[in-house]
Design a protein around this ligand. Structure first.
Ligand SMILES: Cc1cc2nc3c(=O)[nH]c(=O)nc-3n(C[C@H](O)[C@H](O)[C@H](O)COP(=O)(O)OP(=O)(O)OC[C@H]3O[C@@H](n4cnc5c(N)ncnc54)[C@H](O)[C@@H]3O)c2cc1C
Length: 458
């Protein structure tokens, strides 16, 4: 792990069990579909909030819930899975009445019965379960375009194990996609002595996630760790011994890894649950699926309504960590006791630490704090502020003079902030963003790297 503040895992939870299955409004049984981070957190939150009804957890991978981010960042330094029972204290075997880790749900049907059970779930083994409430926590599956059968993926502990076994000095590794996972893996593999080539169809790495202005500054990071980045390179075919690009160029490889994105794992819900074009289940701010009583969705498979940011697609580890508690509170008729959490993505890639708060838009204006080339060492901290186009000129005052009688501040609302190699700023920005949902920033202070960023946050 490098110098950045690590993502904050809450302390292992205390799971109190003051029975409340008989509470009016509490469903008699809950089936949680998906045994990943969001599923485990849902089971944990149910028991922590005293739910004593029947809880069933269905999984697909045949292993207990684990954390995915270390699969790429710590591929070689942490050979075993990061089990959530250890890292979060959520031991699903101890908390749920029934845990089926290798029997995925294949069908969901609405079947209202007189005793209040609204849903029936069929699993791959053919078993059927009725439930008063269902929480979908099925996450996402990596995209593997047709014809790319020879490409490997990095999404599960099994993928990581296979990749770890194959990585060796001198291995010719082609990674397709310079997104979060492609970049993280490129650094780890190059560090292990592999010859790494990253092929990216866009003109810059992380362009879709961070926009063109920021992406361009990340491109030199590849050469600095000994990996080659080729942008504007669309892969047309993956063969057992390499790839062919759309422009006819060919590249030999011992191993090709596809890191071209993920889609919600919701195909099996076709016809039963409304989904958007990405396959995500739209839910309200509590995680409820509108119009379908007793149905909820959390984590990567859901697009959740945020009071300020609007519909926020899943795909953020922090959402899978935090949102289940508010969902379980609503499911049980409780008031949620945690404030909302702004979208947050962290990454350790190519020798750099990134923390992204909020949801940038490709069209946003971007203002930099510090030198995005990383200064003379290449590793000096910098930040990018994303503003709706034209916002800078429309800055607003936050009212009169400052507390110490100084001149009034010009506060601008920013949509997102990217912090690079700036560990000290992560905590204050996270706190401010979680409190307000969007960040008010005094740009005069924020864009002056000699002043503390925390003093610019409103
Ligand atoms: C290699 C890697 C690195 C990552 N690094 C970062 C990072 O640095 N920062 C960050 O913010 N995010 C990162 N992520 C994303 C992050 O891991 C996810 O946002 C998070 O895991 C989402 O949790 P989830 O529980 O919603 O989904 P998942 O973790 O995908 O869990 C869903 C589970 O449901 C199971 N399932 C699917 N369908 C069914 C079914 N029909 N029935 C039963 N079970 C089913 C799946 O097999 C899976 O086990 C990374 C992801 C990967 C793969």
């Amino acid at each position: 792990m490098s110098s950045a503040e690590p993502p904050v895992l809450p302390p292992p939870s205390a799971h109190r069990a003051s029975p409340r299955a008989t509470d009016p409004g509490a469903p008699a049984s809950v089936v949680v579909v998906g045994a990943g981070l969001a599923g485990a957190q849902t089971v944990g939150a149910l028991r922590r909030r005293g739910y004593a009804g029947r809880v069933t957890l269905l999984g697909a991978e045949g292993v207990p819930p684990y954390d995915r981010p270390p699969l790429s960042k710590e591929l070689l330094s942490r050979p075993g899975p990061a089990w959530l029972a250890e890292d979060l204290g959520v031991d699903v075997e101890a908390l749920a009445d029934e845990v089926r880790l290798a029997d995925p749900a294949v069908r969901l049907e609405r079947r209202a019965t007189p005793d209040g059970r609204l849903w029936e779930i069929t699993t791959r083994s053919g078993e059927r379960r009725a439930a008063a409430a269902v929480v979908l926590a099925v996450g996402s599956t990596p995209v593997r375009p047709d014809g790319w059968e020879h490409a490997r993926l990095l999404h599960t502990v099994r993928d990581a194990e296979a990749l770890r076994g194959a990585l060796r000095p001198g291995l010719r590794l082609v990674i397709v996609g310079a997104g979060w996972i492609g970049a993280e893996l490129a650094g780890v593999a190059a560090g292990a002595g592999a010859h790494v080539t990253v092929l990216e169809a866009a003109p810059a790495p992380l362009r879709r996630q961070l926009g063109p202005a920021v992406g361009a500054h990340l491109a030199p990071w590849y050469a600095a760790v000994g990996a080659e980045l080729v942008t504007g390179a669309a892969v047309a075919e993956v063969r057992p011994d390499g790839v062919r690009l759309a422009d006819g160029r060919e590249l030999s490889a011992d191993l090709v890894l596809a890191a071209v994105g993920a889609r919600p794992a919701t195909d099996w819900l076709d016809g039963a649950v409304p989904r958007d074009v990405r396959g995500s289940v739209p839910v309200d701010a509590t995680g409820a699926v509108p119009g379908l009583a007793g149905l909820w969705a959390v984590g990567d498979c859901a697009t959740r309504e945020h009071p300020l940011l609007g519909a926020v697609p899943g795909g953020h580890w922090s959402a899978a960590l935090h949102d289940p508690d508010a969902t379980v509170a609503a499911l049980l008729g409780d008031e949620p006791d945690a404030p909302g959490h702004a979208p947050y993505v962290f990454s350790q890639q190519l020798g750099h630490d990134l923390a992204l708060f909020g949801v940038p838009d490709e069209a946003d204006d971007v203002l930099f704090r510090g030198d995005p080339s990383g200064g003379p060492t290449g590793h000096e901290g910098w930040a990018a502020f994303y503003l709706a186009p034209g916002t800078t000129s429309g800055s607003t005052s936050d009212g009169g003079t400052t507390a110490d009688g100084g001149p009034e501040r010009r506060v601008t609302e920013v949509r997102a902030v990217l912090l690079v190699d700036s560990p000290r700023d992560v905590g204050p920005v996270r706190k401010a963003m979680n409190r307000a949902g969007r960040l008010g920033v005094d740009l005069d202070v924020a864009l002056d790297p000699t002043r503390r960023l925390r003093d610019a946050l409103v």
